[in-house]
Design a protein around this ligand. Structure first.
Ligand SMILES: NC(=O)C1=CN([C@@H]2O[C@H](COP(=O)(O)OP(=O)(O)OC[C@H]3O[C@@H](n4cnc5c(N)ncnc54)[C@H](O)[C@@H]3O)[C@@H](O)[C@H]2O)[C@H](O)CC1
Ligand SMILES: [K+]
Length: 557
């Protein structure tokens, strides 16, 4: 599923109307109709104004919905005749919905929805944010149709609006044409709606949400359901916007998704389907029946220091669990006695001499030598900082042609590389994957963490393109961005993954997948997906996400 910006949506919309010749009125009709259907679906689900038998959330028309159009039993003539199933409910007359109408096309969608709800037998009242005379184009056509049908209308500021009288509210105030925080009547209506506690169905996006970044302005509608029209908007999959949206239902309205790549870099929701079809990840083919441990690649992990040896251990175990044939952990000499025997499947190699348990700049020689007979290098977890560390990382970057996964303190070394970023170190010929959390991303970009979080997709995609790397921006809805400017938004995982070591596990998984021959894009996306899915399994086993340990994720892989 594609995820678009408001500008991309507009471009695809224009393409559909002006090049394909689909009338704008058809798109608005489909949009409004979809919103009305989701209002009815919500009413059914919540048993709002309907019979107990109708409270199960199913969309099958109930008994009362079957129209027997003549005397006697029609079944004798070949079966029931059922009125439009999507719009039928048991006792529609108990429902009265207020339809908030803004002056743009979002308002036009709301007006179409009002017509369909009226047709279904619900009570509807229009609440215009501004005088109806301010509507233009298609929205004005819908305003006039609604007026001719006699749908009652109030105008904010002219008549009192009492939300306690309605059963629910459709928010068609602001859509993708919204700019900045809602102003004037829009802000007043949003505040009153949120205070009312009534269920809200938002048209396209909750009004007050930045559709591109997920930033919520003051005020912003808190929706029960958001009926996203045509294509998923970026702001709906990023927090805090994702929380304001409630349940998101993406409804097609006649705009072909295949037009998206013509209008800018594509961002997709990372699902199993996308992994298989767009990313061509075929797990059945990862293991050859006649393979041996050399077939599945050898990971070299340069990680861990005395106070943080567990990080290295987690990464190494995760790489093995992800399926690489062999893993070698390069570590400071002083760690060796503590580690020996803890993971018997793992090979250990001393890279940094001395009894401090820390890394040093000279250890780059040892790491580079070890890398010659390994397929992938991963570094960062538990590494710590040391004198000359940025130069150390620079040597790895420049002097090995092996794929490189860079995490944790190695990212902080990268951040010290200079304003221009590692692109100054030259383009690597092999895959380079960076896995920052928002704080590390902020250091890479030289900006505060909240600024990164304000537009995760935008920052990740820009950095990956400018620096020529594959970037994994961790956090709720992890973003995977590629050097070509494409991105994937992960759908797996939960808040229980906010626990020490979870990132080290991800580094190991990605390295383990790279070793098996996956491309940077495949390994990063599949690794993130698997990491989240394993954490879901582990939380199910434990019964509570909060008690998840990073090691549980490895066990569940
Ligand atoms: N996907 C499609 O192609 C279709 C989308 N539809 C719907 O149309 C809206 C986008 O409509 P647009 O007219 O471009 O913008 P809005 O309705 O969002 O409203 C813009 C309107 O509001 C004023 N405004 C902007 N920002 C603010 C603010 N902060 N406070 C107050 N007022 C503001 C501005 O002046 C404009 O007049 C899309 O979301 C869909 O719902 C089509 O119906 C079908 C095709
Ligand atoms: K809206």
């Amino acid at each position: 599923m594609f995820i678009v910006t408001a500008e991309q949506m507009r471009a695809v919309d224009e393409h559909t109307i002006h090049k394909l010749g689909i009338p704008a009125a058809s798109l608005m009709e489909n949009a409004g109709r979809a919103i009305a259907e989701e209002v009815i679906a919500l009413c059914r689900e919540e048993g709002m104004g309907s019979k107990a038998a109708d409270r199960k959330g199913h969309r099958e028309p109930g008994k009362a919905e079957r129209a027997h159009t003549g005397p006697g039993d029609l079944q004798g003539y070949g079966g029931d005749i059922i009125a439009d199933p999507a719009l039928v409910m048991a006792r529609p007359g108990d429902q009265h919905w207020y339809m908030l109408i803004g002056k743009g096309n979002n308002g036009g969608d709301g007006l179409v929805a009002a017509r369909h709800l009226l047709e279904a037998g619900l009570g509807v009242t229009l609440v215009y944010a501004e005088g109806p005379e301010s509507l233009r184009g298609e929205a004005a056509v819908q305003r006039d149709a609604a007026a001719q049908l006699g749908i009652p209308a109030l105008v904010h500021g002219r008549e009192a609006v009492d939300f306690s009288r309605c059963t629910g509210i459709v928010d068609a105030l602001l859509g993708t044409g919204s700019r900045g925080a809602p102003l004037g009547a829009y802000a007043a209506l949003i505040e009153a709606v949120n205070d009312s506690g009534k269920p809200v169905v938002s048209a396209d996006v909750p009004s007050g949400l930045n559709a591109d970044t997920g930033e919520v302005y003051e005020p912003c509608i808190q929706a029960r359901v958001t009926v996203c029209l045509a294509l998923l908007k970026r702001g709906l999959v990023q927090y805090p916007g994702a929380s304001a949206a409630g349940r998101i239902v993406v409804r097609s309205i006649g705009i072909p998704a295949r037009l998206v790549p013509e209008h800018g870099p594509s961002v997709r929701l990372l699902t199993e389907e996308v992994l298989r079809s767009s990313l061509h990840v075929d797990t059945d083919r990862l293991r050859a029946p006649d393979g041996h441990k050399g077939t599945y690649g050898h990971v070299l992990l340069a990680a861990g220091s005395l106070p943080m040896s567990g990080a290295g251990l987690l990464s190494a175990k995760a790489a093995l669990r992800a399926g690489c044939g062999l893993a070698t952990w390069a570590l400071p000499a002083a760690l060796l006695p503590h580690i020996i025997g803890s993971v018997p499947e793992l090979m250990l190699a001393v890279a940094a001499e001395g009894d401090s348990g820390e890394w040093n700049a000279a250890s780059a020689d040892a790491v580079l030598r070890l890398a010659e007979s390994r397929d992938v290098i991963a570094t960062g977890p538990g590494l710590g900082r040391f004198e000359g560390d940025t130069g150390w990382l620079r040597r790895l970057w420049q002097q090995t042609d092996r794929p490189l996964v860079i995490d944790a303190d190695a990212l902080n070394m990268l951040a010290d590389a200079g304003r221009a970023g590692p692109r100054d170190w030259g383009q690597r010929s092999a895959a380079t994957i960076l896995t920052p959390h928002p704080g590390e991303m902020g250091r890479l970009l030289g900006m505060p963490t909240p600024e990164v979080q304000r537009d995760r997709i935008g920052h990740a995609a820009r950095y990956a393109r400018e620096q020529g790397v594959t970037l994994v921006l961790k956090g709720a809805r992890t973003v995977i961005a590629t050097p070509s400017g494409e991105a994937y938004i992960n759908t797996t995982g939960h808040a229980g993954m906010a626990t020490g070591g979870a990132g080290d596990v991800l580094t190991g998984i990605i390295a383990g997948l790279l070793a098996q021959g996956l491309s940077a894009e495949q390994a990063a996306a599949f690794g993130v997906y698997l990491h989240g899915q394993a954490a879901e399994q582990a939380a199910l086993r434990r019964g509570d996400p909060a008690s998840l340990l990073a090691g549980d994720i490895i066990d569940a892989l």
